[in-house]
Design a protein around this ligand. Structure first.
Ligand code: A2R
Length: 312
């Protein structure tokens, strides 16, 4: 894959789930570049800063002067408090965009948004980048706001790419999310059969699942071609098909070392506002040739193996 031309790369949210897969990929794609990894707390090897703090971002950007910013930091949980989600996702976009416009006015910016911006539009079928966003969650609304903030606040010489990844998962994701939640609990039942059955909520929703490593490869391909993109662009990153949560669970159950029973938990039963979320990634494919490469069975198998290892 093409080497990246950027020399000073600043990554927010570097210590999160996606960051843990992206940083090694960046080290390979840009072996001679300097990476500045932002973390909220003091940690060795990281630049400390609070994304939602204007002074903090101004200071950090004035010191690092990157030519590429990858903005992963977010309140990524859909169940977090509304004010906190707005503060980090929209407030963070303002603080970061302002600092970039001031200290890195010609840098390229990859803003990681979300498929959640489409919301209600999913009810009409697969969405592409021309589909009007109609977010139905605080998270989705805050991510859509972040897109507008970057577009408005950055300098016109900042090339800006908005990525809209769909549900991505893989080894290392924490149990707040549905796939690792099932995988982790199946690994526990294997160890402690008395924990059978697995309690579940609504399994009928369909989601467009991707392996995080395919998503990271899409980011890398977009960055490799950044100079050919318009100054403002948006890309869906998705598999192009939706899978019922029930099928995902059945795939995991078929990989388990013992029979896994399933019981519905009324406390977890919520009718989904979005019965099916499916995306169209034609634009990304036309631009970069990207297709998802990792079969979902492999993702699930590796996640189960990862939780088994952690339990050992
Ligand atoms: O809380 P920390 O120190 O672990 O850092 C998290 C970071 N973050 C912040 N960094 C600086 N200042 C803040 N106020 C702040 N709040 C959060 O964002 C963490 O490293 C990162 C989020 O990581 P995850 O929750 O694991 O998200 P994931 O799955 O890596 O998603 C990456 C992006 C996000 O924009 C999602 O909304 C999107 O992909 O799907």
């Amino acid at each position: 894959m093409k080497t990246l031309v950027f020399k000073r790369i600043f990554i927010t949210g570097a210590g999160g789930f996606v960051g843990s897969h992206l940083i090694p990929a960046l080290k390979e794609a840009a072996p001679d570049s300097e990476l500045f990894l932002l973390a909220r707390d003091h940690k060795p090897g990281y630049v400390q800063g609070d994304i939602a703090d204007t002074a903090s971002m101004d200071h950090v950007l004035s010191q690092t002067k990157p030519d590429l910013i990858i903005h992963l930091a977010a309140q990524s949980s859909v169940v977090a408090k509304a004010a906190e989600t707005w503060k980090i996702n929209a407030g963070g976009a303002i603080a970061l965009a302002q600092a970039i416009a001031r200290h890195a006015p010609t840098a390229t910016v990859l803003n990681i948004s979300s498929s959640e911006v489409y919301g209600h539009s999913f009810l009409s079928g697969p969405v592409n980048e021309e589909t009007p966003p109609q977010p139905m969650s605080v998270y989705g609304r805050s991510k859509l706001a972040s897109e507008s903030i970057f577009s408005d606040v950055l300098s016109s010489d900042n090339r800006l790419i908005h990525a809209r990844p769909f549900n991505h998962t893989g080894p290392g994701q924490d149990e707040r999310f549905v796939v690792p939640s099932f995988a982790a609990r199946i690994a526990r039942i294997e160890k402690q059969p008395q924990m059978n059955p697995l309690t579940v909520g609504n399994l009928e929703s369909r989601r467009d699942f991707l392996d995080v490593r395919d998503v990271v490869r899409a980011y890398r391909l977009l960055l490799a071609q950044a100079d050919t993109l318009p100054m403002r662009s948006i890309f869906n990153i998705c598999s192009g098909r939706s899978l019922p949560i029930r099928d995902m669970l059945d795939m995991l159950r078929s990989m388990a070392k013992q029979p896994i029973d399933v019981a519905q938990d009324p406390a977890r039963m919520r009718a989904s506002d979005i019965p099916s979320a499916e995306g169209d990634y034609s634009r990304l494919h036309q631009q970069t040739g990207w297709h998802p490469q990792i079969a979902f069975e492999q993702t699930l198998d590796e996640m189960l193996a990862d939780f088994r290892t952690r339990l050992d």
